[in-house]
Design a protein around this ligand. Structure first.
Ligand code: PNS
Length: 164
C-alpha cells in the first residue's frame, strides 16, 4: 500500500458521538491519511440511538470532510479492518481506568490478526471526564451538555430529552 494512503479504523458504539471522540479523530488524522469512523452494529446492546441515527449524526458533524469516512460494521473488528485495508485500530485513552479493558481488547485483536496495530491516543485534557454514558445521564435529567457534543448530536439529544 502506498505510504500516502494509510487508513485507520476508529471503532466504537458512538451512542452518541462526543467532542472527546472528535478530539481523538482529529489527532488520528495527524498520523493517518484516512480515518474510518466505524459504528458497531450490535442490536442486542441497549442503545439510545439507532445505528442509522448514530451514523447520520457523525456524518453531519464532519460535514463531508473527505479524510473521514463513516460506516457501520458487525462481527469481528479485525475482519472489518482487513476488508477496509486498514493498518491500524484507533482507541482513545482518558484515564488509567480505560487501560485494562483496552489492553485486553488490543491483545485479542492482535491474536486474531497480527497485521493490524492498535494505536492509543490520549484524549485532550478537557475531555478526560467525557463519555457518551455520562452525557446521556446528564441530558436525561436536563443537564446542559452543549459544550460536550457537536451541534447535530445536541439537536438529537434535545429531541430525546426535551427541556421542561
Ligand atoms: O465504544 P465502545 O463500546 O467501547 O467500542 C467497543 C468496540 C466496538 C470497539 C468493541 O466492542 C468491538 O470491537 N466489537 C466488535 C467485536 C470484536 O471484534 N470483538 C473482539 C475484540 S475484543
Amino acid at each position: 500500500m502506498s505510504q500516502k494512503n494509510r487508513i485507520a479504523i476508529y471503532p466504537g458504539s458512538f451512542d452518541p458521538l462526543t467532542n472527546g471522540h472528535i478530539d481523538i479523530i482529529e489527532r488520528a488524522l495527524e498520523i493517518f491519511d484516512k480515518v474510518i469512523v466505524a459504528v458497531l452494529n450490535n442490536p442486542s446492546k441497549n442503545a439510545l440511538f439507532t445505528m442509522e441515527e448514530r451514523v447520520q449524526m457523525i456524518k453531519q458533524s464532519f460535514n463531508g470532510k473527505n479524510s473521514i469516512l463513516v460506516d457501520s460494521f458487525g462481527g469481528l473488528l479485525v475482519d472489518y479492518a482487513k476488508m477496509k485495508d486498514a493498518v491500524a485500530i484507533i482507541r482513545g485513552m482518558r484515564a488509567l481506568s480505560d487501560f485494562e479493558s483496552e489492553f485486553q481488547m488490543a491483545l485479542m485483536n492482535r491474536k486474531l490478526n497480527k497485521d493490524v496495530q492498535s494505536v492509543f491516543l490520549m484524549t485532550g485534557f478537557r475531555w478526560i471526564f467525557t463519555s457518551s454514558s455520562i452525557i446521556k445521564e446528564a441530558a436525561q435529567f436536563g443537564g446542559d451538555i452543549s459544550d460536550m457534543v457537536p451541534k447535530p448530536v445536541l439537536v438529537k439529544m434535545l429531541e430525546k430529552f426535551p427541556k421542561q
